[in-house]
Design a protein. Structure first.
Length: 243
């Protein structure tokens, strides 16, 4: 791993080209048997709304979509019919999210120096959030949008509270999470080789001792996981007036 690690420190962060990898290979188990990325959101498939936001971002040069094998054909057709100009390919994901992301990264064009990993089920990401996190990653090599936690958080074991963390230091991390290409490729490969459990892509980088910078997120940049989330996303879409 020494080669990519040394190369990472030697880079200069100047207007790097960026590829977006969009994992959309989940089983949607909490969506009552429906495939959430194909559900309509304001009359448009949820995944297409996500891809439109990335396609419209000047800082993103190409997009790789990662999905389940049974969804390759319908999602490929949706992408073709939607007139998205930056889709490079749609590929089959792996058994876990980390494996799926890694498969997507391996399809990225070699000249892409940054990788933006964005959940397929986050259709309301704004151009402001995208621009902010891409700029920070250009400078520091690892960045993610986040919002302050609103609720008081309790740490508990077997239903008994152990402690209450200081809420002012807690943030809910969103996507896209953006990294130097070689850094995230090496970090995910190492994590999977060692059987590490990852909660997000930042975790793979953090376990190497690398710092991840947080940028301003957006409470509207929610991940659609349950039917209630879809209702909220519809309401936010109406509120924004951009159906």
């Amino acid at each position: 791993m020494a080669g990519w690690f040394k190369g990472f420190f030697g880079r200069k962060y100047e207007e790097k080209r960026c590829a977006a990898v969009v994992p959309a290979a989940g089983s949607s188990t909490r969506m009552q048997g429906q495939d959430k990325v194909l559900l309509p959101l304001g009359g448009v498939p949820l995944l297409i709304r996500t891809l439109r936001a990335l396609d419209a971002c000047p800082g993103i040069d190409e997009i790789i979509v990662v999905t389940r094998e049974d969804q390759i054909v319908p999602i490929s057709q949706l992408c073709q019919e939607s007139g998205l100009s930056k889709i490079k390919c749609v590929v089959v994901g792996g058994a876990t999210r980390a494996e799926s992301v890694l498969r997507g990264i391996r399809e990225v064009s070699p000249e892409m120096e940054l990788i933006a990993i964005h959940d397929g089920a986050r259709p309301l990401v704004s151009q402001q959030v995208l621009d902010c996190v891409l700029r920070k990653a250009q400078e520091h090599g690892a960045a993610a949008p986040a919002v302050p936690v609103k609720d008081t958080i309790k740490q508990a074991v077997d239903g008994v509270v152990e402690r209450t963390p200081d809420r002012t230091r807690l943030f809910a991390v969103q996507t896209p999470q953006v990294f130097d290409h070689e850094l995230i490729l090496g970090a995910l490969t190492k994590a999977l080789d060692e059987g590490a459990e990852l909660t997000d892509d930042c975790s793979a980088v953090e376990r190497l001792g690398m710092k991840v910078c947080l940028t301003e997120g957006d409470y509207a940049n929610l991940k659609v996981t349950t039917p209630e989330d879809l209702i909220l996303a519809e309401a936010l879409l109406d509120w924004r007036g951009n159906r």
